[in-house]
Ligand binder design. Structure first.
Ligand SMILES: *Cc1c(COP(=O)(O)O)cnc(C)c1O
Length: 372
């Protein structure tokens, strides 16, 4: 018996990866950072590889090493690397590293020396996001230093890459502008004597809407988990995560009863209340107070009053409700129940944040479609 759980349908991840793969002539990197967007990094990675991904993308060195310790041998790129990490462990484990500055490059040269093999690098150019990547002004110096290190056998430049500002708004002028800057950056790399095998900048949105950005490799994350980066579009993807709980306690209260902390909700009529054992410590945003949608007894309902750390309350009116009844917070929406998109809209965030939050440790995560 379970009281709350996050179910992850690995067949959905396989099918989504396969759909993304068949929609492009490029290779597919499934991004599995942040514990696979809350779905479980290793099972999600295996399912995506089964579905046709050839690469995995993560942020941290730890994430990359965790994939290797799980026995995953596919190419892995890690791109969020603060100074002073044991990068030689990554090089020794065959992890590709994202690099955006001369000081990072120097660390990677050292890491290659320590590991006894050249570090495999993807040079990142900032084409407009002003987050990761070398600025256009700093790009030539990075290219020259990388070309020299490669000539000396100290590194191997495998890729050149960048990241979009606003690809989730198809037609936004930043997309064409960034693509043009990226192509200029690639031209400069070639003139510096580099022949990067992988040129990549497409996230989920660009993978789904802009084939001209696919180049050699696409890097979708969100879409692998069946969620759409573009509001109102589904692209035939199937959401893999369902969050649900069982009603813990029911009670009949009179009209005018204040409900939960602060009494921000008051019953209009006598009502059956259902107490649900999930709260903000489990991933339910506190902003879902009086707004989060759930499905109980075949009906959509809205959370009544504040979301607490561990529980919330539903006003079910005169509908019969019993302890043990199933409450779906979000799933694939096939039964008319809410989706992560509905939650994002209700609390003023994005579907990315909803699923990532539910990758918490207290709610057990269970897998459907697991393969040996
Ligand atoms: C997270 C991330 C992605 C994947 O983005 P989605 O919008 O989830 O497809 C791709 N590239 C980089 C650099 C990222 O940080």
């Amino acid at each position: 018996m379970w009281q709350a759980e996050v179910r992850v349908d690995l067949d959905a991840i396989r099918e989504n990866a396969s759909r993304l793969r068949s929609g492009t002539g490029a290779e597919l990197m499934a991004v599995v950072k942040a514990d696979g967007y809350g779905h479980g990094m290793v099972p999600a990675a295996r399912a995506a590889l089964d579905g046709g991904a050839g690469w995995l993308g993560v942020c941290t060195l730890d994430e990359a090493l965790t994939l290797r310790r799980a026995g995953i041998t596919a190419p892995v790129l890690a791109w969020l690397l603060a100074p002073g990490l044991p990068l030689h462990e990554g090089v020794a484990a065959g992890i590709d590293l994202g690099v955006a500055s001369l000081s990072q490059l120097a660390e990677m040269v050292e890491a290659g020396r320590a590991a006894g093999r050249p570090a495999r690098l993807h040079l990142k150019i900032d084409t407009g996001l002003a987050r990761g990547g070398a600025t256009v002004a700093d790009w030539p110096a990075l290219l020259d230093a990388a070309a020299k290190a490669q000539a000396d056998g100290l590194v191997e430049v495998v890729g050149v890459w960048s990241h979009f500002v606003y690809a989730d708004s198809p037609g936004h002028p930043t997309i064409d502008r960034q693509l043009a800057v990226f192509h200029e950056g690639i031209g400069m790399a070639e003139r510096a004597g580099l022949r990067p095998r992988y040129r990549h900048l497409a996230n989920s949105a660009a993978t789904l809407t802009r084939p001209d950005t696919h180049l050699d490799l696409v890097r979708p994350g969100l879409a692998v988990y069946g969620l759409s980066p573009v509001a109102g579009e589904r692209y035939g993807l199937r959401p893999a995560m369902t969050a649900r709980a069982r009603v813990m306690l029911t009670k009949r209260v009179p009209a005018g009863s204040g409900v939960s902390y602060g009494h921000t909700y008051t019953t209009e009529r006598a009502a059956n209340l259902a107490v649900v054992p999930l709260g903000y410590a489990d991933g339910v945003p506190r902003h879902a107070s009086n707004s989060g949608p759930v499905q109980l007894g075949g009906k959509r309902r809205t959370i009544s009053g504040r979301v607490c750390m561990d529980q919330f309350v539903l006003d079910c009116g005169d509908d019969p409700v019993s302890a043990g009844d199933e409450v779906t917070l979000f799933g694939d929406g096939a039964d008319g129940g809410p989706t992560a998109d509905d939650w994002a809209e209700a609390v003023g965030t994005i579907n990315y944040e909803i699923v990532t939050r539910f990758g918490s440790t207290r709610v057990p995560r269970r897998y459907d479609g697991e393969r040996p």
